[in-house]
Design a protein around this ligand. Structure first.
Ligand code: FE2
Length: 289
């Protein structure tokens, strides 16, 4: 990918502090161990000033150029599990509490191979670094041309209310913070594999901040977050400008492509790759030829 780009990925990041490409550099190992410790402790690690000034200004400019193409799915109310209502439960149960959620994305297919954003996303040294931080045997970029590296747009008045993620980890780069509000908050390890801990979830939804941490994220910071067990939200953007985040989507298995229905709902479009993947899945499951 690099050959198509006029950007050198190492120029886009704060290489002195984060020497990703030099596997023999002791600083790289120290950084990885520090991130692993943070992830073990509460499922969240932040690499402050990860982007270089040049990298930040270029990635932000690319996101803003494409901002007119952002798709906003209908504002919906969701519970923290993204599940349907269950009228058999009491009204105060967390599964019955539905909160506002605003979703806007500039999709990955808006970024040509020559962009700095895509150059950084496809940089093998970055992928290997993240893989080591997460302690994974392998890591692959999404094969999904829409969802591989979308920009999440949080407009003034928008919010992304409390939820658990369905994916194990999320890698994001904050490109522009809100001038007011738009804070990332999370309650580390609020549930676990064997217990939904409904009472604890209900407490947070009811406004109890005892277990809630707020991150002071700044533009240029890289965040690694394990969102399956930590309830989290982005508070309402009370400023007058967008909050912009680049999401870099990786998976442990190759060929990750979103379903037709989910992709259409969230991003407002699908590509041939989605249609073919869907057909392939059906054939792989049902047919022998
Ligand atoms: Fe999330």
């Amino acid at each position: 990918m690099d050959v198509f780009s006029r950007f050198k990925p190492s120029d886009l990041i704060n290489l002195e502090r984060y020497p990703l490409a030099d596997k023999s550099c002791p600083t790289r190992q120290v950084v990885i161990q520090d991130i692993k410790r943070q992830l073990d402790t509460d499922g969240c690690a932040v690499l402050t000033d990860f982007l270089s000034p040049k990298g930040l200004s270029q990635l932000l400019a690319e996101a803003q150029e494409r901002r007119p193409f952002a798709y906003f799915s209908e504002q919906k109310k969701t519970n923290v599990y993204f599940s349907e209502d269950d009228p058999s439960l009491p009204k105060a149960h967390p599964r019955r509490i539905f909160l506002d959620r605003t979703n806007g994305f500039v999709t990955g297919d808006c970024f040509e191979a020559s962009t700095a954003s895509r150059t950084l996303f496809h940089w093998s040294a970055l992928k290997l670094f993240i893989q080591e931080c997460l302690g994974k045997q392998s890591l692959y970029e999404y094969a999904d041309p829409v969802a591989d590296m979308p920009i999440n747009v949080l407009t003034p008045g928008g919010q992304f209310n409390w939820h658990f993620d369905t994916n194990e980890f999320t890698i994001t780069l904050l490109l522009k913070s809100a001038t007011s509000g738009g804070h990332f908050e999370y309650a580390p390890n609020l549930r676990n594999e064997s217990d939904e801990c409904y009472e604890d979830v209900a407490a947070v939804l009811g406004g109890d901040k005892t277990r809630v941490k707020r991150l002071d994220l700044r533009a240029g910071d890289l965040q690694l977050f394990l969102g399956r067990f930590s309830l989290h939200q982005v508070t309402p953007n009370t400023g007058a400008t967008d909050r912009l985040v680049l999401i870099m989507s990786f998976a442990e298995k190759p060929g990750m492509i979103g379903s037709l229905a989910r992709t259409k709902e969230l991003y407002g479009k699908v590509t041939d790759a989605h249609i073919q993947a869907q057909q392939h899945h059906v054939r792989a499951d049902k047919l022998l030829d």
